[in-house]
Design a protein around this ligand. Structure first.
Ligand SMILES: [Zn+2]
Ligand SMILES: [Zn+2]
Length: 342
């Protein structure tokens, strides 16, 4: 088959590789219909994740069709349409029993396109397939459904739920990339008083308004007003930038929450000298994707509108080009890039 292969820092190519096969009785092989590129893939490409070895097929989000299952797979059959979750779950270890699939100690967690071959390929082997995929009982656009693999659960679990967004809250989202924008849309469902999005890109600020933000601005006046005024109840850090985190610590109110979603590529300063008396709660986390069925239902009911996130689509074999467009998201206006196989 053909796949997007990582060859070390700065090097990816569209190569011919061995077809995936069932290696363990819990595996399924899925023909990828739609996959996408994540900011974490760009971190890998920059060499930030040393554990990713040359020769790995990248990608950890997909929608596709099951083509083969191992003998122990019970819930899936060839022909089923599924979301392949970015997090695999053995379903048996202690964290999995607590639905903390991102912390799986039984060989799961984030492994696709990281420790084993991933989804930016014609086919992908999915370990622990029963607990690591979700049947699609309806037909949303596959491009929207691929957001269920990671973007939407991350925005909900790590941003909205960990940040404890509630009715009447003022919510600030710093960083209006795909996950930040999804956070805006999901926070909207919690009846907040006001949602403010902050980013440096005009295109992303416009997208934030389309996703339901009441205000969207470059860092400046609004943050200063929050800093000098009562502050925000919940601030979500979705930029992954050290400066973004510092901004969050300025915007949060006394007793408020800072929910960190962004993957920091560099070390970040925690200004305890000014934070210590603010009684703030800071949460971090790896997504568990335990909320995917609930989010799928919101999509099915039309309660969650995510189409503004889908800005670009490419044929799967143009994956290298998709990386280029996605990596220049600030200029290209690219948010989520769909890679489709006919
Ligand atoms: Zn990702
Ligand atoms: Zn587990």
């Amino acid at each position: 088959m053909r796949a997007l292969v990582y060859h070390g820092p700065g090097r990816i190519s569209w190569d011919t590789v061995a077809d995936p096969v069932i290696e363990d009785p819990g595996d399924a092989v899925v023909r990828v219909g739609t996959t996408t590129v994540c900011g974490t893939d760009l971190h890998i490409l920059r060499g930030d994740l040393a554990e990713v070895t040359a020769g790995t097929v990248l990608g950890h989000e997909a929608v596709g069709e099951v083509v083969a299952t191992g003998d122990d797979v019970r819930r899936l059959h060839p022909g089923n349409r599924v979301v392949v979750s970015s997090v695999s779950a053995c379903g048996r270890c202690r964290p999995c029993r607590d639905r903390l699939f991102g912390q799986c100690r039984g060989g799961g967690g984030w492994i696709l396109g990281h420790l084993i071959h991933g989804t930016q390929a014609e086919y992908v082997r999915v370990p622990f397939a029963d607990d690591s995929t979700h049947r699609l009982p309806f037909s949303p656009s596959p491009d929207e459904a691929v957001l269920l693999a990671e973007v939407l659960p991350t925005a909900y679990e790590v941003g909205v739920r960990n940040g404890e967004v509630g009715p009447g809250d003022t919510v600030v989202v710093v960083g209006a990339g795909p996950v930040g924008l999804a956070t805006v849309a999901i926070a909207r469902l919690c009846s907040p008083r006001r949602i403010v999005a902050v980013d440096l890109s005009t295109a992303r600020l416009e997208a934030a308004v389309r996703m339901g933000a009441d205000a969207a601005e470059v860092p400046g006046r609004m943050i200063a007003e929050l800093y000098e005024g009562p502050g925000a109840d919940v601030v979500v850090e979705a930029s992954g930038e050290p400066d973004g985190f510092v901004l969050c610590t300025r915007a949060v109110r006394t007793g408020g929450h800072i929910a960190v979603i962004g993957t920091p590529g560099r070390s970040t300063t925690l200004h305890l000298e000014s934070l210590w008396r603010k009684n703030v709660t800071i949460s971090t986390g790896q997504v568990d994707t335990s909320s995917t069925p609930w989010l799928m239902e919101l999509l099915r009911l039309g309660r969650l509108q995510v189409s503004p996130l889908l800005t670009h689509s490419f044929e799967l074999e143009r994956a290298v080009e998709a990386y280029e467009v996605f990596s220049k998201g600030t200029e290209s206006g690219a948010l989520k890039v769909a890679l489709r196989q006919r």
